[in-house]
Design a protein around this ligand. Structure first.
Ligand SMILES: [Zn+2]
Length: 225
């Protein structure tokens, strides 16, 4: 997408195509100088959904999510509490809730003509990212990138048992992101004590320290089935 500037020097306003493609379009005038009718005639609307959002999550009816998940949808990082942890059994709508939060934040940024800089990673994808960093001998770079992302989402934490490498890498990511107050959302099917069991017995100390960080720096939202 080219970076079109208005005659006043500001960036052109950001919109989305109204044809279901979610494709982003930069208008040739800034939000102050644009002609709303012409924008509408061009088939453009405010962008409310990130183009990278999987289609199956786009039709979420938030009133059908577990009440506790619904209460968490207004989440935003606040001071030291820069994270959100959604825990509970499968089917209560954790992933759908996360996407609803992403969409809310995305829409807020889009009205400021910015694209929310976020990365949504399943634990499987996180593992692949870390492993491929090892193969290319760019492990430190891969971890640093995950630490410096403005907004990181880790879906289904603990789904796979954590190898020693994953345990220490995850601790580094969560610890450093918390210290730097970077927004992070984690979902998991486990609670504090069952999550600890996902760590290798040799990594119990790392597991305890990691769960401590979550308790200190994350808003915890739990929901039973
Ligand atoms: Zn302008």
């Amino acid at each position: 997408m080219s970076d079109i500037a208005c005659h006043c020097g500001r960036r052109g306003a950001l919109f989305a195509k109204n044809d279901g493609s979610l494709k982003l379009v930069r208008w040739h005038h800034c939000r102050e100088h644009l002609d709303k009718e012409r924008v509408a005639l061009a088939g453009l609307v405010d962008s409310t959904i990130p183009p990278s959002m999987p289609e199956i999550f786009r039709d979420t009816d938030v009133t059908r999510l577990h009440p506790n998940i619904q209460k968490a949808l207004d989440w935003k990082p606040q001071g030291d509490v820069s994270g959100l942890l959604l825990h509970g059994t499968t089917g209560i709508g954790k992933t759908r809730g996360i996407w609803a939060i992403i969409c809310r934040l995305w829409a807020e940024e889009a009205l400021k003509d910015k694209q929310l800089n976020f990365q949504f990673l399943t634990m499987r994808k996180l593992e692949t990212t870390i492993e491929s960093g090892f193969k290319d001998q760019k492990h430190g770079t891969a971890i640093d990138q995950l630490i410096s992302l403005p907004f990181l989402i880790l879906d289904d934490f603990g789904k796979e048992r954590l190898t020693q490498r994953m345990a220490s890498d995850l601790f580094a990511i969560i610890d450093e992101r918390s210290t730097a107050r970077r927004a992070t959302i984690i979902s998991t099917n486990f609670n504090g004590s069952t999550l600890l069991e996902r760590f290798d017995p040799r990594d119990k100390e790392t597991g305890v320290a990691l769960i401590r960080r979550l308790k200190d720096y994350y808003r915890m939202v739990g929901a039973g089935a």
